[in-house]
Write a protein that binds this ligand. Structure first.
Ligand SMILES: *Cc1c(COP(=O)(O)O)cnc(C)c1O
Length: 396
């Protein structure tokens, strides 16, 4: 899975370009930067790779979500539909925007169930944020249709699924905006970084300004630039962007390796009738960072996860018990344990997440295990891994 497994001279060269000029800032200093614009180059190359109109690189995937929400006009009092299986950043960004997260069930795609989204839409719903979990896609065509028909904005959290496609079109490019993360464990990494992509120039321009205090980035005298809107600082540094640029150029290779490694393991596991696989709306577009599967019931799943770990099959995740990726363990959200009052808490009847029940999602997550697919495995390591996995599945 993560690009950090294949750091090399390419990353080193890009970082040294930046250190050699000493210009660590992504804007200005045109005369002394020797033509190096790492953030700018990354943005250009990512738009080409994803065949999308615009890209703005920023400091994290979490920042990308905040920027995307703001740039699509989502804020105080709005409801935003999100899944209960995601990384906490998705609902954090909604809360920090002053909006209210509304959780709708997932299905066996491990992503939002379009029917559940339809039911969750209220007059206050302004956006739906599907999360393309574990390297693969939600039913993005159906979700887009629902949003279009209801006049609701679609924003994709594609932080875990760079390179994934649906019917040939890049995940992240279906909505009004799409978000990516390049944190240390994502498909490619900037150490810390993120991106907002869009096909709408107005969304891009707002994103570009919002993430840098409202600067319009016109001309080359920062002090004389205009500020059209209020913003904040979600900028990325040239050092981070340099690492990401080298990584981005390895993306095709990363995807090819992941897909090959995943295929042999999946083929071997398919021989076990108790194992069923995550539903993939377009299997060819899976970025293959994970192999996710279901066991028949919660007890068997927990036992399988334990046995896999004991057999030395590392990188297996039983998300149902994980503190960060499924709502069941989000005690801080359920208690609204906040550092300071959030705008949502000014509402008369803000949701009590502690009482929220999502039995359909529980039934799916209780049976799901995801296995990380690594880039650095040798053929021999993969064969040994398959042997161990089959041993465990036989014994269960
Ligand atoms: C990693 C991740 C984020 C946040 O990205 P950071 O760069 O770590 O801030 C958001 N959503 C999902 C689904 C993620 O996996």
């Amino acid at each position: 899975m993560p690009g950090f497994e294949i750091f090399g001279d390419e990353e080193r060269k890009e970082v040294l370009d930046v250190l050699d000029t000493g210009i660590l800032f992504r804007y200005n200093f045109d005369q002394v930067r020797s033509g190096h614009w790492k953030a700018g180059s990354f943005e250009k190359e990512l738009t080409e790779k994803l065949d999308v109109g615009y890209c703005h690189l920023c400091s994290s995937g979490t920042a990308a979500l905040s920027i995307a929400l703001a740039s699509c006009g989502i804020g105080a009092g709005d409801e935003v539909i999100v899944p209960p299986f995601t990384f906490v950043a998705t609902f954090e960004a909604v809360l920090l925007a002053g909006a209210t997260p509304v959780f709708a069930d997932i299905d066996e795609t491990l992503c939002l169930n379009p029917e559940a989204v339809k039911k969750a839409i209220s007059p206050k719903t302004k956006a739906v944020v599907p999360v393309h979990m574990c390297g693969a896609m939600a039913q993005i065509d159906r979700l887009k249709n629902i949003c279009d028909r209801k006049g609701v904005t679609l924003i994709e959290d594609a932080c875990q699924s760079l390179g994934s496609t649906f019917e040939g079109k890049a995940i992240g490019s279906f909505g009004k905006a799409g978000c990516f993360s390049f944190d240390f464990v994502k498909t490619i990494t900037c150490a810390e970084g993120g991106a907002v992509i869009s096909n709408y120039e107005a969304v891009y321009k707002t994103a570009d300004a919002y993430s840098d205090h409202g600067h319009d980035h016109i001309g080359n005298d920062r002090g004389l630039e205009d500020h059209l809107i209020l913003g904040g600082n979600y900028r990325i540094s040239e050092l981070n962007a340099a690492v990401g640029l080298a990584q981005l150029r390895k993306l095709d290779k990363i995807l090819e390796l992941q897909r090959a490694n995943k295929k042999v393991i999946k083929d071997a596991m398919a021989a076990f009738p108790d194992v069923t696989f995550r539903k993939l709306p377009d299997e060819a577009g899976d970025s293959a960072t994970f192999l996710s599967f279901f066991m028949p019931d919660e007890d068997t799943t927990r036992a399988t996860a334990k046995a896999l770990s004991e057999a030395g099959v590392d990188g297996c995740f039983y998300w149902y018990d994980n503190n960060w990726h499924y709502i069941r363990q989000w005690g801080h959200l359920k208690k609204m344990a906040v550092a300071a009052r959030l705008p949502m808490m000014l509402l008369d009847n803000f949701p009590d997440y502690g009482r929220l029940e999502l039995p359909a999602s529980d039934a799916i997550m209780g049976r799901a295990i995801s296995m990380q697919i690594k880039l650095s495995w040798s053929q021999e390591a993969i064969e040994q891994r398959i042997e161990k996995i089959c041993g465990v599945l036989k014994s269960i």
